[in-house]
Design a protein around this ligand. Structure first.
Ligand code: NDP
Length: 248
C-alpha cells in the first residue's frame, strides 16, 4: 500500500481531467496537495472534494504559460509549505492542425504551456527539493511524444521535449535523492479527447490491445506509484500507460 503521508505535492492542470484525478489520488494516499490551474471555480470544487474525503488540499491560481504567474505561484506555495516534494507537471493543451496550416501562435502557445511551463516551474521549485534531498518530479508526456501524430507537430514536439527534460534532469539531480520520470498516457477519455469524432475514436480503440480507452484513474495510479518510496530506484523512465497501444 502506497503511503504519501506528510508529503507536499503540487499538481498542475488539476482543475479537471487527469490532473484532477492525480491530485485526488495523491491526497487519498496522504499527501497534502496544491492543485494548480487557471480555473479557480473548478479548483475550489476539487479541493472541496478532497477535503470532504478527509484529505488536505489547497488551490493555487496558476497560468503555466506565464513566467510571472509561475514565479508568484511558486513563491506563494513555498511560503505556505516551505517545499514541494512531489511535482507533477501535467498542464497541457492541444492546437491541432496540419503543418502547412499551423500558425506561429499555435506552435508558440502549445510549447509555452506544455514544455516551457514545466521547465520554469521545475526550476522555481527545485532548490528546496535539492536541500531536502528527497523529491519526485513526474512529467505527463504522451504516446504521441514517442510515435508522432499527423496534425500534432506542435504537441508532439512539446511532449518529446518533456521526455528530454525528464532524462536530462534525472541525471542532474539523482545524487540528491530526487527522481525524475515521465508518464506517457495513450488514449484517455477526458475533455481533451472528447472533441474527437466518433469515427476517430473507434479507429483509436482498434489500436488498443486491452480493448478500451484509458481513464484518468489509470494515469493517477501510475503517478502515485512513481511518487512513492516503492519507486525509489526508478529514474529517467518513461512509463507507458496506454493499454498496449504502443510498446516502446
Ligand atoms: P484536459 O484538457 O481535461 O485538462 C487540461 C488541464 O490543464 C486543465 O486542468 C487546465 O486547467 C490545465 N491547463 C491548460 N493550460 C494551462 C495553463 N496555461 N496554466 C495552467 N493550467 C493549464 O486534459 P487532460 O486531463 O486530458 O490532459 C492532462 C495532461 O495529460 C496533458 O498534459 C495532456 O497533454 C496529457 N495527455 C492526455 C491524454 C488524453 O488522452 N487525454 C493522452 C496523453 C497525454 P485550466 O484550464 O483551469 O487552466
Amino acid at each position: 500500500m502506497i503511503n504519501l503521508q506528510g508529503r507536499i505535492a503540487l499538481v498542475t492542470g488539476a482543475s479537471q481531467g487527469i490532473g484532477r484525478a492525480v491530485a485526488i489520488e495523491l491526497a487519498r494516499l496522504g499527501a497534502t496537495v496544491a492543485l494548480a490551474a487557471r480555473n479557480e471555480a473548478k479548483l475550489a470544487e476539487a479541493v472541496a472534494e478532497i477535503e470532504s474525503a478527509g484529505g488536505q488540499a489547497a488551490a493555487l491560481s496558476l497560468d503555466v504559460a506565464s513566467e510571472d504567474s509561475i514565479k508568484s505561484g511558486a513563491k506563494a506555495i513555498l511560503e505556505r509549505y516551505g517545499k514541494v516534494e512531489i511535482l507533477v507537471n501535467n498542464a497541457g493543451i492541444t492546437r491541432d492542425t496540419l503543418v502547412l496550416r499551423m500558425k506561429r501562435d499555435d506552435w508558440d502557445s502549445v510549447l509555452a504551456t506544455n514544455l516551457t511551463g514545466a521547465f520554469l516551474l521545475t526550476q522555481a521549485l527545485l532548490s528546496p527539493m535539492l536541500r531536502n534531498r528527497w523529491g519526485r518530479i513526474i512529467n505527463i508526456t504522451s504516446v504521441v511524444g514517442r510515435t508522432g501524430q499527423a496534425g500534432q507537430v506542435n504537441y508532439a514536439a512539446s511532449k518529446a521535449g518533456l521526455i528530454g527534460i525528464t532524462r536530462s534532469l534525472a541525471r542532474e539531480v539523482a545524487s540528491r535523492g530526487i527522481t525524475v520520470n515521465a508518464v506517457a498516457p495513450g488514449y484517455i477519455e477526458t475533455a481533451m479527447t472528447s472533441i474527437l469524432d466518433e469515427k476517430v475514436r473507434q479507429a483509436m480503440l482498434t489500436q488498443i490491445p486491452l480493448g478500451r480507452a484509458g481513464t484518468d484513474k489509470d494515469i493517477a495510479q501510475s503517478v502515485a506509484f512513481l511518487a512513492s518510496d516503492a519507486a525509489a530506484y526508478i529514474t529517467g523512465h518513461v512509463l507507458d500507460v496506454n493499454g498496449g497501444m504502443f510498446m516502446g
